[in-house]
Design a protein around this ligand. Structure first.
Ligand SMILES: [Zn+2]
Length: 282
């Protein structure tokens, strides 16, 4: 399949018909599993996921080098559970899958109807069966040499030369940052209120404008509200006890913060990043 995709893509984006014919994606759902030819590979008979579509995804969730993908989350329909099961089967079997990006004639991403399709081959970086999403990187369609930064070796500050690179390609670094933060914390939930994946953002502790890096340790998973309130200085994390401290005149309940600390995180944020933010805030 990959050879067929590549030989056409060297010239131009694939059409939707060609993608169907080659078999890497069919139908309209986000997840495509080929039940006919792969159901015997799974105990449940649900088959193995072959392709996923970027349609309807936020642009910063799927970048040029890495991306995150949420499992379907409608009220546990049989179809969704089958889709999720097939995705986990692909991970367990160690099979890469295809990512379909809808593009226009110029190769730009579009979300409308009748697009041409760019197909990338992707591999999983992290996919916890208990979490609601997984992180992937491109093995062949994008850059083959990209690796998520080693988590323990990271720094919350950027090295000088990478800053220019990052500002050249903000979208790309945002996707990589999101992937790195998600891979560090596992479950895609707001660490203050448990809000669900649909409203979760990766927040920089040391902001990019202050030379903060895109390393996972420099990030927090927050819902849109708590991200905005963090950036407005309405609360901060005490770097030693990991307590949530409201700004003066605020309290946790008016800020809708349901946890008084973030000690539930298996791996906490980088202490140096928290210290930097605390010193700036207090
Ligand atoms: Zn929240």
């Amino acid at each position: 399949m990959w050879d067929a995709v590549k030989s056409i893509q060297q010239e131009r984006p694939l059409t939707a018909d060609e993608v169907h014919e080659i078999g890497c994606y069919k139908g309209a759902r986000g997840i495509w599993r080929d039940k006919t030819s792969t159901s015997h590979l799974t105990e449940s008979g649900n088959g193995v996921c072959v392709g996923i579509s970027s349609r309807g995804k936020y642009e910063d969730e799927i970048g040029e080098e890495t991306g995150t993908y949420d499992y379907p989350s409608t009220q546990a329909s049989t179809q969704d559970l089958g889709d999720i099961d097939s995705m986990k089967a692909a991970m367990t079997l160690g099979l890469p899958l295809f990512l379909l990006r809808d593009t226009n004639a110029k190769g730009e991403l579009v979300k409308g109807k009748g697009p041409k399709r760019r197909v990338d081959r992707v591999e999983f970086v992290a996919g916890d069966p208990l979490s609601r999403s997984f992180v992937f990187t491109f093995s062949l369609g994008g850059r083959s040499d990209y690796l998520l930064p080693e988590d323990e070796e990271g720094s919350c500050f950027q090295v000088r030369e990478s800053k220019r690179k990052q500002s050249n390609s903000k979208k790309r670094s945002q996707a990589a940052f999101r992937a790195a933060v998600l891979s560090r914390y596992g479950e895609k939930r707001c660490c203050l209120c448990d809000a669900p994946p649909e409203v979760i953002e990766a927040a920089h502790i040391v902001p990019v404008s202050d030379d903060g890096s895109d390393w996972g340790g420099n990030g927090l998973l927050l819902c849109r509200n708590h991200h905005a309130l963090y950036d407005l200085g309405k609360w901060c994390l005490d770097p030693e006890q990991l307590k949530v401290v409201p700004a003066s005149g605020q309290d946790l309940s008016t800020l809708q913060i349901h946890r008084s600390n973030v000690l539930h995180l298996k791996q906490g944020p980088d202490p140096a990043a928290l210290q930097w933010r605390w010193d700036k805030w207090s």
